[in-house]
Design a protein around this ligand. Structure first.
Ligand SMILES: [Zn+2]
Length: 277
């Protein structure tokens, strides 16, 4: 139920408006159930027919994290946000793109001193992403956009992409969804002039627009929590407190604008990849 509610909320606030009380969304010139662009919500029949019929041209592999997002945001934020951008972008170019199951734990050793963070070693994470791409290639997929939503994954994925391409012999690219944001865009929408940062104005705005049920301000008392946090590195402790303050600048309209920009940018990258042949 929360899943449906949040989907409906997003569709209600972005370009793809829902038909009231239904699961339908607008994709190109038709209406369809948005699950149709999600591999893990599809049947083998649906996927096979999309692929073999030639409609499906590319896949997105979202990569996120499960990690602390300060005192108020759910730990799944990076995975949830990148998956949402991936799904919305796939709907914009429907039926040419589907989204593979997201990698929901990333490379987060830098947050391990904050309780709850899960972290994979670089080689473990890259092996998981590679083998998902390899599986897709086995089924006949020839274009894969690895779409990242967590800072710690960015450099390893960018460095590994050329190797993935040469090992698999298909078009594999790795981008962060926030690559969509130029300094001008960030300045225009973010009072803190920062994006993505961490659990601050941008990510909190994103969650307000897309899945407000993942924001939990009730009972948050940073001053009280601070003594118990035991953040080792002084610079990191300072940022943690600053990001907590900057999160209060968040607004739904900022999230909606930033989501729309990212979705359109990702759809454009997909169109480019498909045009490359
Ligand atoms: Zn995050």
């Amino acid at each position: 139920m929360p899943e449906n509610l949040s989907r409906r909320f997003v569709f209600g606030t972005l370009a793809a408006a829902p038909l009231a009380g239904s699961q339908l969304t607008r994709a190109g010139d038709q209406y369809l159930n948005p699950r149709k662009v999600l591999l893990w919500e599809s049947t083998r029949k649906e996927f096979r027919e999309a692929l073999e019929g030639g409609a499906l041209k590319a896949m997105i592999v979202p990569a996120g994290s499960t990690e602390q997002h300060n005192e108020h945001l759910a730990m799944i934020h990076d995975t949830a946000s990148v998956t949402l951008v991936a799904q919305q972008a796939a709907l914009l170019v429907y039926p040419q793109v589907m989204v593979a199951t997201p990698v929901s734990v990333g490379i987060s050793p830098h947050w391990m001193d904050r309780k709850g963070t899960l972290s994979l070693r670089r080689e473990t994470f890259l092996a998981v992403v590679f083998e998902i791409c390899e599986s897709l290639k086995t089924h006949g997929v020839t274009r894969i956009l690895i779409l990242n939503g967590h800072g710690g994954n960015a450099k390893p994925l960018a460095e590994a992409a050329p190797e993935f391409r040469s090992k698999l012999g298909i078009n594999v690219q790795a981008r962060n969804y926030w690559d969509a944001y130029t300094p001008e865009i960030i300045k225009k929408y973010m009072e803190s002039n920062k994006a993505p940062a961490h659990a601050a104005e941008f990510e909190t705005s994103f969650a307000m627009a897309a899945f407000p049920e993942r924001i939990h301000w009730e009972g948050v008392d940073y001053a009280k929590a601070k003594a118990r946090l035991n953040i080792k590195e002084p610079g990191s402790a300072k940022d943690d407190e600053l990001f907590h303050q900057e999160a209060k600048l968040a607004a739904t309209w900022k999230g909606e604008a930033m989501i729309r920009i990212a979705v359109e940018w990702v759809a454009e990258r997909l169109r480019e990849m498909i045009a490359q042949g």
